[in-house]
Design a protein around this ligand. Sequence first.
Ligand code: NAX
Length: 331
Amino acid sequence: MSEPIRVVVTGAAGQIAYSLLYMIAKGDVFGPDQAVILHLLDIPPMMEVLQGVVMELADCALPLLRGVVPTADPAEAFKDVSAAFLVGAMPRKQGMERKDLLSANVKIFKVQGEALNEYAKKDVKVLVVGNPANTNALVCSKYAPSIPRENFTAMTRLDQNRAQAQIAAKAGVPVNQVYNVFIWGNHSSTQVPDASHAKVITGPNTAISAADAVKNEAWLLAEFIATVQKRGAAVIAARKMSSAMSAAKAAADHMRDWFRGTEPGKYVSMGVVSDGSYGAPKDVVFSFPVEIKNGKWSIVQGLPINDFYQQLLTATGKELEEEKAEAFSVI
Ligand code: NAX
């Protein structure tokens, strides 16, 4: 068993963290041999609630959990961390557009970028979940110049998981038989769920295209895309609260793959600082299909993109450029 690593979760008293902390502490993310010390950051009025979370973590009696540091002080929260789940933010309420949240939330991510810059390990891997996740991740990286830009990512894995589940249900297969469906662009309603490269496993060494598996290409180009784009809003409408269990699972999936790698030929979606691949605007956090090896992600190159998807990519890229301009105008 190696030395424990320090992992910070912000918004630790909130609903996503409530599921996520358990997954991290039981080894789902960093593996069954990696002990962890959890740093839990929330705001001062939530410290009493956070104490309850600390009690519950103790009561889970998890052998990999070697310490818990609840705090409202970013300096303490980010000290020596190897991984950061930036979940804490103001959540979107019913009827609220993501842009309404931008102004309040980017300021939080500026402060946390500065704290990461000063206190975290220089190879810290940062996953931004709090919305608007892509632009928050960009803001965070700008205020943490001593940490490489590639260490800042935004979560679109929930959208990918939703897409994978939709295709699996339509094709009538378990979800792990669907792969290489991924998300381009922003974690917003302009996101582009792309099933044109997706495959469905049909036998020990055989896979067919998602279009063949669902026997309905029109569905993949219309209803499928709309369902995934609007899934967050549908969950809010039903639950009166935003996605939490599934968001925590997706955050755990994202960080697990980043630390432990992806299978050869299998892509996962990550919002990363764009290098302009596939005509995406540069210097925004754009979701691409990536492969991960030795803790480093790389954008999957050379996928053919037809005009239909290219137009959608352009629209989501434009939205990210607008968000970026707006964010840096209010900081
Ligand atoms: P909750 O309101 O349950 O929890 C948020 C927590 O963050 C609260 O405890 C709050 O006190 C804390 N917080 C606020 N400001 C903070 C700060 N400056 N430092 C530390 N903690 C702070 O929200 P929850 O449902 O957990 O959602 C958290 C965020 O995830 C929201 O921004 C939400 O929009 C976003 N989501 C992102 C998703 C994605 O796929 N990227 C999907 C799920 C979710 O909607």
